[in-house]
Design a protein around this ligand. Structure first.
Ligand SMILES: Nc1ncnc2c1ncn2[C@@H]1O[C@H](COP(=O)(O)OP(=O)(O)O)[C@@H](O)[C@H]1O
Ligand SMILES: [Mg+2]
Length: 213
């Protein structure tokens, strides 16, 4: 099991400092990020998912500092961004098999995993339909399902339960907790209070700084 360490991470856009010297160790288990809109949560998750680079500071995955550790991190990463443009022309299953291939999964394994995940979150009946026909909640579940493919050891989830009804959100929560038994899972969610008893840490992000919540 591997941990992610952030040391003095700073990120600015133009003159605006969005993340201000963030240091934290994310061990295996669930870490919840809370905090007001605009606090920097999504930016922090983008950095953790290596979708963007920090302006300064250091990330260390499984004892190897980035950039040397980046390839190893990406091999075991699952990422569900807060907002993503899905390929409307593909079916959900075609999209998932494409993501699975990028993650190095063989097609049969990816198909089996995607089937099981979508079964658990009530999306299975729709996986052969084009994404163009999907509602916001279905898109959200598809983004979540692709993140979970390949049993990631580092899972960054940005509002995966938004737009979902309570029952469906709880089903996602169960899968997330199962993964968090071995993976470092870092997520923002409006269900933070419900998941908090199962979390290793709950952090509050405010104006680009992080404190224990
Ligand atoms: N690509 C970007 N360019 C400029 N400003 C950005 C960019 N991404 C985020 N920001 C700004 O950074 C701040 C934090 O945003 P964000 O990380 O999305 O916060 P949260 O997810 O907590 O709502 C906001 O003020 C936002 O406007
Ligand atoms: Mg956000």
């Amino acid at each position: 099991m591997a941990s992610l360490i952030l040391e003095n991470i700073t990120k600015s856009y133009g003159r605006k400092t969005v993340l201000d010297k963030i240091s934290h160790m994310f061990p295996p288990g669930l870490t919840l990020l809370t905090g007001p809109s605009g606090a920097g949560k999504s930016t922090l998750l983008r950095l953790i998912a290596t979708a963007e680079k920090p302006g300064s500071g250091r990330m260390i995955w499984d004892d190897t500092p980035l950039p040397a550790g980046r390839a190893a991190l990406r091999r075991v990463l699952g990422y569900a961004p807060q907002a993503v443009d899905l390929p409307d022309d593909l079916t959900a299953r075609e999209f998932a098999l494409h993501i699975g291939a990028l993650k190095g999964l063989d097609r049969v394994a990816a198909d089996r995993q995607f089937g099981a995940i979508t079964e658990a979150i009530g999306l299975h009946a729709d996986i052969n339909n084009r994404i163009a026909s999907f509602s916001g909640g279905m898109r959200r579940r598809l983004v979540f399902a692709q993140a979970l493919l390949g049993a990631p050891q580092l899972l960054a989830l940005d509002e995966p339960t938004a737009e979902l009804d309570g029952e469906t959100a709880r089903r996602l929560g169960a899968l997330i907790l199962e993964r968090a038994r071995t993976a470092a899972v870092i997520m923002t969610t409006h269900l933070a209070d419900e998941l908090a008893p199962h979390a290793v840490a709950m952090l509050r992000v405010e104006a680009g700084r992080v404190a224990a919540a």
